[in-house]
Each structure stands twice: as C-alpha cells, then as structure tokens.
Design a protein around this ligand. Sequence first.
Ligand code: MF3
Ligand code: CO
Ligand code: CO
Length: 265
Amino acid sequence: MSVIIKTPEQIEKMRIAGRLAGEVLTMIAPHVKEGITTGELDRICHDYMVNVQKTIPAPLNYGAAPGRPGFPKSICTSLNDVVCHGIPSDKKKLKKGDALNIDITVIKDGYHGDTSQMFIIGEPQEHMERLVDVTRECMYLGIQQVRPGAYLGDIGAAIAKHAHSNHYSVVEEYCGHGIGEGFHEEPQVTHNSIAGTGVKLQEGMIFTIEPMINAGRKETKLKGDGWTAVTKDRRPSAQWEHTILVTKDGYEILTLREGETSPLA
Ligand code: MF3
Ligand code: CO
Ligand code: CO
C-alpha cells in the first residue's frame, strides 16, 4: 500500500465533498448552545446530510470489527477531556464552560470530506480559550508546511513545537490520514514528528491534519464503549481538522468554511 495521487477528476470530487463537510459545521454552529444535547446535534446534522445535502454520514456504522461495534452515530462529539471519537448522547446536555469538538465526515459521489472544529459554550474560561486557540494555531502551522518536496514529518514537527512551547502535549495514538474514496487511507499524519522525515509530499496527495492537543499529559485511554478516547489525567483536550490537497506550489484547504481565515495571517 502507498499514498494515492489523486487525478484532476478525483480532486474535483474531493473539493465538493470537502466543501459539503465544512457546510455541515456552518449549519450546526448556531445550534451549539447551553442546554442542547450532543444527541440532538447528531440528529440535526444527520438529517441535513441525508435530506438536504444528499451526502452519506461516514461515521455511522464505521469501523466495525470482531469484538468492536461500528460507530453508532453520524458525527463525533468530543467534550472536554474526550480526545476524539466521542459518541453523541441524549444524556449529554451542553453547559456553560464546556469545550466541544464536532467532527464531520461526509461522503459525496464516493469521496470523503473530513473536518472538525471546537466550540466553547457560554463565556469561555481563559485556560480553555487558550487551549482551543493554540490548537487551531497548531493545525494552521502544520498546514503551512504543505508543499511538494516537503516531508510529512515537517507537519508534526511544526505542530509539536508550538504545542510544547505553550506547555501542552500532543496526542500520539490518533493521527491525520490520507483520504479519498477511503475514509482512512495512507499515509498516517502524525502530529508529533521530526522535520525532514517520512513521506515526501507530492502534488495530488490529499490528507487530513487534525492535531489533538492536551492541557496535561499526552496519554489517552479508551472507554468501555470501544470508541471514546479520553485523556488519562482527565484534563481537557482540543482538536481542529481540515482536509488538505498538495498543490503545485503549496496547499489548498478543501474543507475551508465561508469566511474562515487563518489565525496566522
Ligand atoms: N472523523 C474522524 C477522523 O478525523 C474519524 C471518526 S471515525 C468514527 O478521522 F468512527 F469515530 F466516526
Ligand atoms: Co480525519
Ligand atoms: Co474527522
């Protein structure tokens, strides 16, 4: 197995899938308020994907394996100390001060778009806002490394440098990934790596960059549901994700939302 170089026709389909994934986040944003449950957020997103966009929610039933159920919902909702793959629930009502990641993956015409963002409920506490903002900067610093001839390791090196200089840690058990007709393709995009190492980037590669940054220690543990990853020390974790195309002279963010600008600009 190796990294798939997408054709211009495949890239055009990935642009459409990416835009649609971003549009689900834009649609759900005004609903992310104190008192709503993550189960309700899941249903609103599911209905929008299936009925309005005519997309397939990629997480639903994804990843079933012997001894492990497929993911039971259409989006991932990861709250506070949940690192990733949180399962939406009618028991999880959002409250003031919560930090929530919503991760959307749609399939359109056989191609995947994958993106996530953080929301803070109510007036943010300063330590949470800082974790969320630094994590977004980490993602953009990683994205800025992308161009033909750069190395995959350059991305995780830039991310880890910024996280560590802010006294945060970088999750290592979960990574970004190639994406296309498959949800998770090669290569693995690690978020703590060494510059100049790993796969050399080529025009036409498409992968996600999705750093999970912890306020405390980097270790995670898996909950009994087989999906929810939490920080071992139960301190908060933040994550942002975009799907990125390697272009002739740099990158294109396929999941960029309308009006979204880089915090580094
Ligand atoms: N969207 C996640 C990612 O960024 C994967 C979710 S898999 C699921 O790779 F099964 F939990 F939905
Ligand atoms: Co992803
Ligand atoms: Co995702």
